[in-house]
Design a protein around this ligand. Structure first.
Ligand code: ADE
Length: 262
């Protein structure tokens, strides 16, 4: 997968040299191209922002450097088209589902902004020709989109074939489509079996795979009820067996609806 990132702080992306993503780059699975937005300015001060029309606080990023920068990145491979991802707190939520969608794209172009954001005509211009997504990584405001891009590149990168070691399945992850959709992963343990008087739950040492799977599902349901009760409302009743429903009822989340699995 090719990833282009245009930013006034390309040095923000040094973490992409490290760990899983760094290795994926070394192995050619991920081809990251960083660009300095100011390279597409033409004044001595390399200005990228200006005051907002209509007044108000803060500055808005000028359309001209962004337009020239994006045009040049697009020209790198005229036969292909990247999906453009614009990080902004006003965007659609970044979810595991969107990460999987991005992981299936051959080319992504991220345009992290500083200040109050990019002049909206830039998104309108490219949105008329390409897929442009305005995406938020959460309900809080960062100082700029760079960290949001790091988050998204890591979430997408680990999904690319060959990136995760020993063929670990991502199917058990929290939010993974299928059995874990709308569920959080429960607690995990490793050796030693006893630490500071605390024992690992006995079931995990039993070797009984069926019971362990059931226990893990119970813990996932408990943790979701505790930390993200709103996710339980989004559970597909069809995906819940009798045991799930009994546990959810105990936890104070009775499942309503027909056509439930038995
Ligand atoms: N830029 C500033 N805050 C952001 C957020 N929450 N998500 C994506 N980009 C941002």
């Amino acid at each position: 997968m090719r990833i282009d990132i245009i930013s006034i702080f390309p040095e923000y992306f040094a973490p992409l040299d490290v760990s899983l993503i760094g290795k994926a780059r070394e192995r050619g699975i991920l081809d990251v191209h960083l660009h300095q937005l100011r390279d597409w300015t033409h004044d001595v001060h390399h200005t990228v922002d200006d005051t907002p029309y209509g007044g108000g606080p803060g500055m808005v990023m000028k359309p001209d450097p962004w337009g020239e920068a994006i045009d040049d990145v697009l020209a790198a491979d005229p036969a292909a088209r990247p999906r453009i991802v614009v990080p902004t707190p006003s965007g659609v939520p970044f979810t595991q589902k969107l990460a999987m969608e991005y992981a299936a794209e051959p080319w992504l172009l991220f345009t992290p902004a500083r200040y109050e954001g990019i002049d909206s005509r830039v998104m309108a211009e490219y949105g008329s020709r390409l897929r442009v997504d305005e995406v938020s990584i959460g309900d809080y405001v960062l100082a700029g989109g760079e960290v949001a891009v790091l988050v998204m590149v890591e979430a997408v990168g680990r999904l690319l074939p060959g990136v995760l070691g020993n063929a670990r399945s991502v199917a058990d992850d929290s939010f993974a489509p299928g059995a874990m959709e709308n569920l959080l992963e429960g607690p995990v343990y490793t050796k030693p079996p006893r630490w500071r008087e605390r024992e690992v739950p006995e079931i995990l040492l039993s070797g009984h795979h069926g019971k362990i799977a059931r226990w893990r599902r119970d813990e996932a349901l408990r943790r979701t009820a505790k930390n993200r009760p709103e996710l339980l409302a989004a559970l597909d009743p069809q995906s819940l067996d009798k045991h799930d429903r009994r546990l959810l009822e105990e936890l104070g989340f009775p499942v309503s609806g027909e056509n439930m699995a038995h």
